[in-house]
Design a protein around this ligand. Sequence first.
Ligand code: NAD
Ligand code: WQD
Length: 339
Amino acid sequence: MKKILVTGGAGFIGSHTVVELQQRGYEVFIVDNLSNSNPDVIDNIAKITDIKPVFGKVDVAVKDELFGFLKQHPGIESVIHFAASKAVGESVEQPLKYYRNNINGLINVLEAMKEFGIKNLVFSSSCTVYGQPEKLPVTENSPIQPALSPYGNTKQINEEIIHDFIAVNKGINSICLRYFNPIGAHPSGLIGELPIGVPANLIPYITQTAAGIRECLSVFGNDYNTPDGTPIRDYIDIVDLANAHIAAINRMEQGKQKSALEFFNVGTGNGLTVLQLISAFEKATGVKLNYKIVGRRAGDIEKVWANTDLANKELGWKAQVPIEETLRNAWRWQQKLAK
Ligand code: NAD
Ligand code: WQD
């Protein structure tokens, strides 16, 4: 059985990826400091798969903690590095927290790869590295733009660190997946996104408004250059996204990479405006959403969606879940959370 380390495996994307890994026969080792997740997630993963992953409450930004865990669990061949702080607004308020956690965490993971003979790394990057692309849909070759937040900057710096590391460490491979906007929840209703406090992202705000926790959704601007004036994003289902990680790991394990470091967009290839997403939610769930148009949110880009040709061809991966199903899953998860 292949052993794989998943940092941040109790989080939103990590937990869904652990389920898919276990269902394909991987033995999964999770390290997470639970700074943005809940220990119940580990039990809920086990409820879905009937397999309890090995879990260590470990801060990956503290080298001794990570190395201590890996000494106890030899034989790990691959790592998926999700663990990071991810709130864009908070990163503007507390930049050093983001640089410390997201940069130190990666450096420790890379040092651990050398020390413990871990060969393959999948890294969680983001479409935020493209800023507002000139040409849409955006391909992996589009220029990297100056980051709009310390969070975004950590993703750019992380990609550069991985580049420099891979260049001098023969036999170590990496794939950076640039996620677009991950949404939804597991169809079982047992795992999903855990927004803490007032959600900054659109889908948790929509589902909390639908549930009556928030009075009204503010739509940030309808004067953009898009069909209905609201911004366009590429919303990718969380299980589809999880499966892109399996494809990336398999590609490295099977030696199919064209170079030791590769980058792939992980999106659907389709853009939706905020109003289109709201109307898809209403149609999918039958729940009417209370919303109002307000001013633009500072730092928002107008439109971005992925060209996924490279991921489709090279990873043999394609987004499959229809948006209505994704939104129903998000709604089912919200109703569960509210109980
Ligand atoms: P999340 O907050 O749900 O999951 C991250 C997990 O990492 C959490 O469980 C948290 O407790 C843990 N963690 C944070 N710092 C840690 C540390 N120092 N040591 C150990 N564990 C730590 O976030 P997510 O949405 O699942 O995101 C996972 C990754 O994907 C992150 O790197 C994020 O930047 C990236 N990403 C997310 C999105 C998105 O919109 N959700 C988009 C692009 C990229
Ligand atoms: C989507 C759209 C908002 C909330 C962020 C990060 C990005 C990536 C994903 C990690 C935008 C609109 C939102 C609300 C609204 N994360 N909106 N009312 O901004 O595309 O991306 O998360 O790498 O780096 O920046 O996602 O979900 O916040 O917003 O109208 O209450 O919904 O203006 O057009 P975003 P989001």
